[in-house]
Design a protein. Structure first.
Length: 208
């Protein structure tokens, strides 16, 4: 129809990266605000303007760093993975068995995530639907989590077989967490499944 205004198509763009101390401080505040609100209510009820208000930033600033709510909660999950890695460094398990060491890290991470089920659900929903082409931070989740497992297993130069086992274990762990959050399996069953996953998928890990 002549004169009709076509709906605007959202521009696909990368999120901005903080480059100064002040910007990094704002970035942290926005992630903390999102995590706080995501802990209190479901993802669908978290509004971007609420995050901006709680973080003390303009809504335009929030969207500059996080073009969508998916970008935001993927970034929150990246932060959580970083914290899991830092916790591993502080509480590193000394074991000659890589399966045991990886299991301890995964169980500790599982228990931590299940303490805030609404937030964990929001992070998993966001990361599972995010396309790495439009939400590049989702790749940081995979790389960060993979490095945590490699460090726990004591592997510096993984073989192709190592990489396959680690990739399958990551997929298993995320699925177990989701099932636990959905009430489909109990926490003891989740920990048992993680134990079996480590034993079966990491049995041929190389340590070099």
């Amino acid at each position: 129809m002549m004169g009709a205004t076509l709906p605007r198509i959202a521009e696909v763009r990368d999120a901005a990266e903080p480059s100064s101390d002040e910007q990094r401080a704002r970035h942290v505040r926005m992630l903390e605000a999102a995590a706080e609100l995501g802990t209190e209510k479901e993802l669908s009820r978290v509004q971007m303007h609420e995050v901006a208000k709680l973080a003390g930033v303009a809504i335009g600033t929030l969207y500059r760093y996080f073009p969508s709510k998916t970008h935001l909660f993927v970034a929150v999950m990246v932060e959580q993975i970083d914290q899991i890695g830092a916790s591993f460094v502080r509480h590193q398990v000394q074991s000659d068995n890589p399966q045991d060491a990886v299991y301890e890290v995964l169980v500790r991470a599982t228990r931590g995530l299940l303490r805030r089920p609404a937030l964990s659900t929001a992070m998993l929903q966001s990361s599972s639907t995010a396309n790495v082409a439009t939400v590049p931070d989702v790749g940081k989740i995979d790389r960060g989590f993979r490095q945590i497992i490699l460090d726990a297993a004591g592997i510096e130069n993984p073989t192709e077989e190592d990489n396959t086992g680690l990739r399958l274990l990551m997929q298993l762990w995320f699925g177990v967490i989701q099932s636990c959050l959905n009430g489909r399996i109990s926490i003891p069953d989740a920990e048992y499944d993680i134990r079996k996953g480590c034993d079966l998928l990491l049995v041929n890990l190389s340590r070099h």
